[in-house]
Design a protein around this ligand. Sequence first.
Ligand code: AMP
Length: 594
Amino acid sequence: MTKFEALGLEKSLLDAITDMGFDTPSEVQEKSIPLLLSDEIDLVALAQTGTGKTAAFGFPLIQKIDHSSRTTQGLILSPTRELCLQITNEMQLYSKYVKGLNIVAVYGGASITEQARQIKRGAQIIVATPGRMKDMIGRGIIDISKIDYCVLDEADEMLNMGFYEDIKDILSNTPESKSTWLFSATMPKEVASIAKKFMHKPAEITVGSKNSGVDTVQHEYYTVGGRDRYPALKRLADANPGIFSVVFCRTKRDTQKVAEKLIEDGYNAGALHGDLSQNQRDLVMNAFRKKQIQMLVATDVAARGIDVDDITHVINYQLPDEIETYTHRSGRTGRAGKSGISMVIVTRSELRKIGAIEKKIQQKFISKKIPTGIEICEIQLYHLANRIRNTKINEEVNNYLPAIHDVLEGLDREELIQKIVSVEFTRFFNYYNRSKDLNTTDGDRGNRKEKDFQSDSGSVRYFINIGERDGYDWMSLKDFLKDTLSLGKEDLYKVDVKDSFAFFNADSQYKDFILETFTDFKVKGRFINVEVSDNPGGGRKRRRDKDSRRSNNKYGEKSRGKGRKKDSNFSKGSGGSRRSASSGRRSKKRDGFY
Ligand code: AMP
């Protein structure tokens, strides 16, 4: 008897399992398959993606469905189109020897008529995203009033994406008597409340430890200045030549910008975000799967369905608002028994968030240093030497060897090696020679509170490379800064315009935000450069009337309050992730500003 046979699966499924090359059931399969086959129960399973959970609910569901009837008996809800298609494909492979079974995928962004046609032919199992599902129920295309099984896959993701109401509506169209199987990587209180509301005494299984990321993932953070995020990202990529990674940004704009810069700088990168058409997204995902793209720069929402197993690194270019989101990000690596690294690029002011994440995932972060230029050159050199050693000789070169020998005539072995590796090494060396150290000290994280408070109370003087020659006086420059930064008039002071440059001051709480806003910032094709000035002149903080500041600030004190609130949401891991249209606009202007 095979290990899968022992779980109680039928021959048609066992044959498919053999075809798929599955040898041993994974933990979640071992725990849930016998349970779901033996009884009609509700189930809450805490399992990450990559643990084999699709098969854990897929096999029992296929076995329990009456495939001689055309009635819809099973519904699987999943957060994204990508995941929906992935589940459908997997389920079709599992059921390849089950005659008459129709599994249909229902998701947004594709023809509703075609999906309706497939449903009409009789779909015993529907795999759907909540939005499109609700729409099709509303139009009377789908009848789920007689289903026996409802699977909520990646329930935490669905709720994160704001599908609570849709799920509630969909479930209200299903019979009380059905069994509900809920799969989730984490158990935030919103998921617990769904379980409580819609399930009857569910059995619970946990794979790995509750609420924690997979322990095959090593978590690292790198502390840099706000404007050094991008150079830091490049160094992390250069220091890991075989990298196959997802780089997470917080906004679509940053995602696009970072991907474009990486491509410009010669990396195999691509962007994945919601402003791309479905077709563009499919192209990027296909290139990523084929490893033509080594660095996939993505927003959290767009990256949800990524089902690629051998991602070596997840890079948090910016930290997410919610800790739960960090768990999902880092869960993209370390899948299918492989190990992975989740790197976080942080500024000093964000360091306390690392502690909050550690608490949540119950794993420690390692504080790492961004490699220096010379370290990268060394890594690249050894990588090249290994590549040369491991390269399979292409016999075609033999045709050219006599001529090549002529060209290289007179070089001895030593010289030849030096020259070959110099080809690549010089490229990195020229780039990194005399490059600066990007690390800022992370200090003692335990004492952050006091330090944060101290730094928040100061003022920072900046240098900007525009001046009178560019048509600015102190008033127009202040207006330019005010509009670009969306700060209040009173937040910017001591504006001192010289011929070709100027200085200005702002409270130090805005430092990261200001430097980041002016990173690679162009006006009419010209780079506007802002740096912290060594000249402390005028750095004394001006006394200001708080009320007048509030009224003068475009977004008001309230907006800054909001930023802080986001912070406290972060540390509690709660609060909605969707922004209102107006605050969304605000945060867009304040990219990277927590
Ligand atoms: P999932 O967690 O469902 O996304 O599954 C992750 C990957 O593991 C998928 O590519 C599955 O085909 C594969 N898989 C699932 N179960 C097993 C198993 N028992 N042995 C080997 N691979 C599996």
